[in-house]
Design a protein around this ligand. Structure first.
Ligand SMILES: N[C@@H](CCC(=O)N[C@@H](CS)C(=O)NCC(=O)O)C(=O)O
Length: 245
């Protein structure tokens, strides 16, 4: 049955356009974990979502054998710990985080950077009512991108260890965290002409975006960019109308 492994049911409460949900779907795919996906209407949240994540009432929520796990990065680490090679729940020998404690710390640092320096101001831009306000927040996102380029340089040993944050191990934790944002990086270019991962300014991230999009997991999980473009435009229009009320 979909969503079950050895009697352990896995359900994901999500929203198709959420970068936080997309990263969890990337991780579940990479770990080969079968799950049942439940699309939430975020304007009319289900009782299951409200019961499972009463504090934040946000998606994603992963429900494993009836027990909810909230917050996307917590979920990623849970998936990595529970569905590991050698455990009863093992799906593959894939691991998101490296085994070396220092490398794990580095990966967690850059994943936090993605959420704090890129995700947080982007979220503010997404909620902005005016174009000026939105441009100001997106300016903060753009200002954080060169820092992330340094991170990719560090994780790949200046490009000697491939082009992903997972370095010699290939796609890893930070790639999955950032992967949820990838469709929005493309969409922003179409919506406002803003090229966040520019080949001249941040060549490693520009290459990352291209190579990540070519992966089987990306093709299987990432939403269509034009759908994201439509969604972003719809949110902008809605926010503008709200601001004019
Ligand atoms: N820090 C959270 C952020 C999750 C989040 O903001 N989810 C949004 C969708 S992108 C949501 O559920 N919004 C509904 C709401 O805020 O009411 C995580 O990493 O899971």
């Amino acid at each position: 049955m979909a969503g079950e492994r050895g009697g352990e049911e896995v359900t994901l409460l999500g929203h198709w356009g959420s970068p936080y949900v997309i990263r969890v779907r990337l991780a579940l795919y990479l770990n080969g974990v079968p799950y049942t996906y439940v699309e939430e209407d975020l304007r009319n949240k289900s009782d299951l979502l409200l019961r499972s994540n009463p504090v934040h009432q946000t998606v994603p929520v992963l429900i494993h054998s009836g027990r909810p796990v909230c917050e996307s990065q917590v979920i990623l680490q849970y998936i990595d710990e529970v569905f590991v090679a050698g455990s009863g729940s093992a799906s593959s020998d894939f691991s998101l985080l490296p085994t070396d404690p220092h490398e794990r710390a580095v990966a967690r640092f850059w994943a936090a950077y993605v959420d704090d320096e890129i995700g947080a101001p982007w979220d503010k831009a997404f909620r902005s009512g005016t174009e000026e306000e939105r441009a100001e927040w997106m300016g903060k996102v753009a200002a954080a991108v060169p820092g992330l380029e340094l991170g990719l340089r560090e994780c790949t040993d200046g490009g000697r260890n491939g082009c992903f944050f997972g370095g010699a191990g290939g796609v890893g934790y930070v790639d999955v965290v950032l992967g949820g944002v990838a469709p929005y990086v493309h969409a922003m270019e179409k919506v406002s002409g803003l090229r966040l991962f520019d080949a001249d300014k941040t060549p490693m991230l520009a290459a990352w975006l291209e190579r990540f999009g070519e992966l089987e997991v990306a093709r299987a999980v990432l939403p269509d960019v034009d759908r994201v473009v439509g969604y972003v435009r719809m949110i902008h229009e809605k926010n503008a109308a709200k601001g004019a009320e």
